[in-house]
Write a protein that binds this ligand. Structure first.
Ligand code: AMP
Length: 239
């Protein structure tokens, strides 16, 4: 049975980091709409041209455009055994479209990462991404912890721990746009919690914990959801 997983949470909640871990654990691809759109901007495609200013302002790309992007991506063979969706759906209209796209493809597991706004602001202010490989650093790597750690982390050194590339701030990670993105989340994405809440495959996860604990809680929630939906979920994770 496929693991079709949706990760919901405000910007900075750790969706991307946790999605990478879960993809590795369950051997399924990560589908991040933010990554797809940023790659389109980088490549200078027609889609990229259409969405560049919207992303820069922290607003949402239209439902019509993003649903088409996801429909196309989820039609690819590599998602047949499941996927982790990071950054989609972000509106109730997108959630309804996802149900329709996934009809007949097994249960949808929904996890919500909850993190207080103060912590989100801190994490997003310190977040840096690698210009070359796209890896993201921040959260637990913030400079204020360097002293405790006794060594320089990637954020202070300005270099990617994975490939050595230069670390930069995402253009939409500046203070004004961060505030707008959090407001967009509250107004347009938080209502998704009510949309999904009554499903047996829905869970709320405390995203303020250490990353390993968040991964452990996510894994338990996923296994419970798969079991609740009749799948032989237990033992599926690669560990
Ligand atoms: P993210 O990397 O998920 O924070 O996404 C970066 C930006 O891409 C967002 O601020 C939006 O402008 C756009 N975006 C990503 N996913 C969606 C979506 N599902 N609906 C609308 N806009 C999106």
């Amino acid at each position: 049975m496929a693991l079709n997983l949706v990760m919901i949470g405000p910007p900075g909640a750790g969706k991307g980091t946790q999605a990478i871990r879960l993809c590795r654990q369950y051997d399924i691809p990560k589908v991040s709409t933010g990554d797809i759109l940023r790659e389109a901007v980088h490549a200078g495609s027609a889609l990229g041209g259409d969405v560049k200013d919207i992303i820069g302002a922290g607003r949402l790309v239209s439902d019509e455009v993003i649903i088409a992007v996801v429909r196309e991506r989820l039609a690819k063979d590599d998602t047949a055994r499941g996927f982790v969706l990071d950054g989609f759906p972000r509106t109730v209209t997108q959630a309804r479209a996802l149900d329709e796209i996934l009809e007949g493809r097994g249960p949808l597991v929904i996890v919500v990462l909850e993190v207080p706004e103060r912590e989100l602001l801190r994490r997003l202010t310190w977040r840096r991404v690698c210009e070359d490989c796209g890896a993201s650093f921040g959260g637990v790597d913030v400079p204020e912890l360097a002293e405790q750690r006794g060594s320089e982390g990637p954020v202070e050194s300005g270099r990617c721990r994975k490939c050595g590339g230069p670390l930069v701030q995402r253009p939409d990670d500046n203070a004004a746009v961060i505030r707008d993105r959090l407001t967009v989340f509250t107004n347009q994405t938080a209502p998704l919690v009510d949309f999904y809440r009554d499903r047996p495959t829905f869970s709320l996860i405390n995203g303020l914990q250490a990353p390993d604990q968040v991964t452990a809680d996510l894994t338990s929630a996923i296994e419970a959801a798969l079991a609740a939906s009749g799948a032989t979920g237990r033992g599926r994770a690669r560990a």
